[in-house]
Design a protein around this ligand. Structure first.
Ligand code: GAR
Length: 212
């Protein structure tokens, strides 16, 4: 699999760390950034993973950028592509090329708060639970079959930074878990819904805020 990033790369790091377990079913063959000098590139290099920078500003059209990106991913032998803090909207041709093998992590419990500034919007809306979603990518922004979600409480006194940090912590747990399920071929997609046949019928976990 390959990871595409635009920045810090802490989710990339979580995927790198998961891959240190020899039983983990996905191996990162390439990390691509559309932003030159992104910190995540250093994380990949430190782990001995091949990196590439494909700067979208070098292309006249989005399609040309995405064709170059797809070519690099294919050439590296990627079968699954994980977007991890990749801050570009991808078009229908790219999504079709990687159909149901293109994953994204988004910092909200979709379908609420698609787009940017999710933590500030969660605070402004007064929700009591917030979190993150790993989903298959569809051409519509932050919309696609949901593979997994992790929820955290919104606590009194939270600001954007504290809430973002709480969500990020569970992002790092959720993404490797979801990628594992996809790489093992356990996730089925029908129309707009992803399911996990034979998955846990009862997780036993509940998150209630304010707590009982
Ligand atoms: C993460 O919180 C990720 O969910 C978010 O950007 C951050 C990247 O952090 N992604 C999006 O907002 C996508 N629209 P990272 O570079 O440290 O993984």
């Amino acid at each position: 699999m390959a990871v595409v990033i635009s920045g810090r790369g802490s989710n990339l790091q979580a995927l790198i760390d998961a891959g240190a377990d020899p039983t983990y079913p996905a191996k990162i063959v390439l990390v691509v950034s559309n932003v030159p000098g992104a910190a995540g590139l250093d994380r990949a290099a430190a782990a001995g993973i091949a990196t590439a920078t494909i700067d979208h500003r070098d292309f006249a059209h989005r399609d040309a950028f995405e064709t170059a990106l797809s070519a690099a991913l294919s050439k590296a032998g990627a079968e699954i592509v994980c977007m991890a803090g990749f801050m570009r909207i991808v078009g229908p041709a790219f999504v079709t090329r990687w159909s149901d093998r293109l994953l994204n992590i988004h910092p909200s419990l979709l379908p609420v708060f698609p787009g940017l500034h999710t933590h500030a919007r969660a605070l402004a809306a007064g929700v009591k639970l917030h979190g993150c979603t790993v989903h298959f990518v569809r051409p519509e922004l932050d919309n696609g079959p949901i593979i997994g979600q992790a929820a955290v409480p919104v606590l009194p006194g939270d600001d954007e930074a504290s809430l973002a940090a709480r969500v990020l912590k569970v992002e790092h747990q959720l993404y490797p878990r979801c990628l594992r399920l996809v790489a093992e071929g356990r996730v089925m997609v029908e129309e707009r819904v992803a399911t996990l046949p034979g998955g846990d019928a009862e997780t036993g976990a509940q998150l209630i805020n304010p707590s009982l």
